[in-house]
Write a protein that binds this ligand. Structure first.
Ligand SMILES: [Cu+2]
Length: 335
């Protein structure tokens, strides 16, 4: 359980830091109330301990990425709640398979980048520093003025600030927008940007699944694929969940070079909240097709225990790394 212990300590440290930051800026009654509410809600959800598994690389840690949400540092300015995020672009090698090392471009030393999370109407301030060796940027999806659109290059060694209101609620993304954009994205410069609705969604075991591809030889075709950065990871290290408990997936297709892929869940059906823009589902299905940058919220629970695959139904893509499994434990089991 060494990995879980260290992860749990890391998570506790993160919460301590959040709590400390909270007190420091005196946020009682402000956006902090919402954060506190989110935390209390999450206590109603039981999350199985992470399975014992080696961390494949310090750059990518799919089990940590899975349930990690960055709420930023809360500040109060001119009567408004501001969420401040610090993002650094960097370059680093990532071990994709035992025999394949790939030079990534990444945000905050991880792929995908941090899952940034705000509440609709918050002011969002992103302090972006480029240490990557090439020009990069952060382009956010959502509604904002032109100056916050993130299409201007930020040169190596420079810092820029993107500031805008978090609108509209839903599941969005950010990515580098420097040409050739496909290359900057497929090297690893992307992440999720979740804007929660004013009335929070019901409690659930919330997870992030970002599909991506790797073009190893610059021929504009992907050679490997992955959920949350590392090919085949959740296939070899299934995600433990509890039977009968609501699961909420934030799913993003960030695969370049392939026009579209699907997301298919075995032995179950899920409810779809398109782009997270609704509070009621639009359909129930077991397969959903997503173009590049398309993303949706999916909700379901498992009626039976056991192991169940999830993957694109483009099976060559699944077999090249975009494959995962849920391991469903009995509702009252002590895992
Ligand atoms: Cu870039």
């Amino acid at each position: 359980m060494a990995q879980f212990d260290s992860w749990a300590k890391w998570e506790l440290r993160r919460r301590d830091l959040l709590r400390a930051g909270w007190t420091a800026v005196g946020l009682a009654g402000l956006g902090g109330t919402w954060l506190q509410f989110q935390r209390q809600r999450s206590l109603a959800i039981r999350v199985p301990p992470l399975p014992e598994a080696p961390v494949p690389d310090r750059l990518a840690s799919p089990m940590r990425v899975l349930r990690d949400f960055d709420y930023g540092t809360l500040k109060r300015e001119n009567g408004r709640t501001v969420r401040e995020f610090e993002i650094v672009a960097d370059t680093a090698p990532l071990q994709l398979t035992p025999s394949v090392s790939f030079v990534t471009w990444n945000y905050n030393g991880r792929i995908p980048g941090p899952t940034l999370r705000a509440k609709a109407g918050d002011r969002v301030r992103v302090i972006f520093r480029n240490e990557g060796g090439h020009s990069h940027s952060m382009h956010f999806h959502g509604v904002h003025p032109a100056e916050a659109d993130g299409v201007e290059p930020v040169r190596h060694g420079e810092t820029t600030v993107y500031e805008f209101d978090a609108e509209p609620f839903g599941i969005h993304l950010y990515h580098c927008h420097i040409a050739p954009v496909t290359r900057h994205i497929s090297k690893g410069l992307y992440g999720l940007f979740i804007i929660d609705p004013p009335q929070p969604r019901p409690p659930a075991d919330e997870m992030v699944l970002v599909m991506a591809g790797y073009d190893l030889d610059d021929d504009q075709r992907n050679d490997l694929y992955a959920f949350n950065g590392v090919p085949h990871y959740y296939h070899h290290h299934p995600i433990a969940v509890y039977q009968h408990q609501r699961i909420r997936l934030y799913v993003l297709n960030m695969i370049e070079f392939d026009a579209a892929v699907s997301f298919h869940l075995h032995a179950n059906f899920f409810q779809v909240y398109p782009t997270g823009r609704t509070l009621t589902p639009s359909q129930e299905t077991d397969i959903l097709t997503l173009g590049t940058a398309e993303r949706h919220i999916l909700e379901f629970s498992f009626p039976f225990t056991g192991k169940y695959m999830f993957h694109p139904h483009q099976d060559a893509i699944a077999e090249a790394g975009c494959m995962g499994m849920f391991d469903v434990h009995p509702a009252k089991a002590k895992v």
